[in-house]
Write a protein that binds this ligand. Structure first.
Ligand SMILES: [Zn+2]
Length: 122
């Protein structure tokens, strides 16, 4: 099995309902997104999928989040915009975008909200 990884970033604000009072106040993060794709069949050229194509699709789903107040985005009105839920949200969007390509699978999306903390959905 082969695995590819492409990164992107976005900056946005959110508020969380948690036991941690700090997170309840409006604050922002510079999120780093890692998209992992897997597949076992390489093209004749020796690649699984062009990194440029992966990057374009990743940007298509990440850009709408950039410089937004995440709590106001319809998808996050009912579910809290935690890193976990952002990972789940992006995983679903990316799985739809790559659905036509039967040779690859969205394996995992990891959302880093700081340099030392991250959440993944796979
Ligand atoms: Zn936060």
């Amino acid at each position: 099995m082969f695995e590819l990884m492409v990164e992107s970033t976005f900056s946005a604000a959110h508020r969380l309902k948690t036991a941690n009072k700090k997170c309840e106040r409006l604050h922002g993060h510079n999120w780093k997104i890692q998209l992992f794709l897997s597949g076992s069949k390489l093209k004749r050229t020796g690649i699984l999928l062009d990194f440029k194509e992966i990057k374009e699709k990743l940007e298509e789903v990440v850009k709408p989040l950039d410089h937004q107040y995440l709590n106001e985005i319809p998808s996050f009105k009912k579910i809290s915009p935690t890193s976990e839920n952002i990972a789940y949200y992006l995983y679903q969007k990316l799985t739809n975008l790559f659905a036509k390509n039967k040779k690859i699978k969205v394996a995992k999306v990891t959302v880093w909200e700081s340099e030392t903390t991250a959440a993944s959905y796979f």
